[in-house]
Design a binder for this molecule. Sequence first.
Ligand SMILES: Cc1cc2nc3c(=O)[nH]c(=O)nc-3n(C[C@H](O)[C@H](O)[C@H](O)COP(=O)(O)OP(=O)(O)OC[C@H]3O[C@@H](n4cnc5c(N)ncnc54)[C@H](O)[C@@H]3O)c2cc1C
Length: 446
Amino acid sequence: MARADVAVVGAGLAGLTAAIRLAAGGARVHVLATGHAATHWAPGGIDLGALPGAASSQASIDRLAGIDGHPYAFLAGEVPAALAWLRATMGSAGLDLVGDAADPLRAIPTSIGATRLAAVLPDGMAAALPAWAPDETLVICGPAGFRDFWPAAIAANLRREASWRGQSRPERIEAIAVELPGIAGRHNLSGLDLARLFDEPAWRATALDAMARAIEGRVHGPGRIALPAVLGLDDHPAVLAAARARLPFAPFEVALVPPSLPGLRLFAALRSELRRHGGRLQVGEAVRGTIGADGRVAELRATAAAREFVLTAGSVVLATGGIAGGGIVADRPGSLTETVLGLPVDGPEPGHWLLNDPFDPAGQPLESAGVRTDSRLRPVAPGKPGAPLAGNVRIAGSLLAGQRYLRDRCGDGVAIASGSLAARELAGRPPVASQGSVAAIAGGVG
Ligand SMILES: Cc1cc2nc3c(=O)[nH]c(=O)nc-3n(C[C@H](O)[C@H](O)[C@H](O)COP(=O)(O)OP(=O)(O)OC[C@H]3O[C@@H](n4cnc5c(N)ncnc54)[C@H](O)[C@@H]3O)c2cc1C
């Protein structure tokens, strides 16, 4: 049996924000998660909010904060400090983030030749953020034969004016596929394979040289270069620096299909910060717990192959990601179940979970399902804000009810704001060993 001052369930942006901040404050923190989080699938920026017509994330946050029941209604004020903390923390782990909530939302090219709105991006993607000057060329450059990044198809789509959402766009778009050393004929090459190749100094020097020569032979004048997001995994800062030094124009990475390299780097930086502060991370097991008669959760249980793991904790942060993260499951008869503590779920009626068109810009109503809390992130029953269901539990991230994180692109902002607030709420609480009731239960279980 293990003990922690705070158990965090979920290894996404929300859970790891809370965990790092608590561990940095001296708490013994143990993170448990079934699997990897949205970090591994999402494109790698920090989405604070991107509503149609909103000029900035801050404008989106302000509008969302005015919606009754949206987490930003009580979390909006947390976002600036949470983002500043994330930027400083990731920077010290070697992953710089560029951009701010007040910056304009820009149309950033995607790997299918569409654009998505973003304002806060990792350094490797940040050259896509400034507005396009009237004479600039965008060069889409990738390895020949790499099936997840087709420069000609991307360029063809980006040449359509509608792709740029009414924003500034490059004057010309060129597509260049380059033969890179040693990969010709490797049909199953993944982004991860390429990132590992770029991590090797000799290979990357040759590859960047081939790309630079191909671009220099075709494109002159001011420009920027869109590359697939494969510029290294473990040695990304060195690869990025080498690309900036060798290529004729500023490069930026374009996120690919999952697993997302920018997301993997973000997760690695978060994990290294957690470990640096002595926190523990255990991925691979579904977690369950119960709320005791005293209105507290004293322990969590994770069932792995052939054994049960028991974690006794003074407090719990539940950051299991809601319906997209596995923290809520929906069944055929129409129930929504919170998977760890069985907390009540507030969500749309069963007949209104999904729209007929999976790509409807209105998004899918089911994503708003979640756990209701008071303004201190303690879970409450829907419609009963004054009576917390578990005094030592805090809810964070996409598990919070009332947000449309995919449609409104506010999921990362809610995650860092609520993770930060949860950490502040639980900081300085008595450690588990000094809590009589918890120690007694621990003795009984152990
Ligand atoms: C594929 C995908 C793409 C997304 N893209 C965007 C985007 O572009 N913009 C945006 O704003 N938001 C996006 N989101 C929403 C995203 O969830 C949030 O942006 C934010 O990062 C959520 O962080 P989180 O920590 O709350 O949850 P998640 O990142 O979902 O993490 C949940 C964690 O909880 C764990 N977990 C779940 N159930 C259990 C259990 N019973 N026991 C133990 N562990 C459990 C999971 O394994 C995981 O580690 C996306 C989500 C997904 C799934």
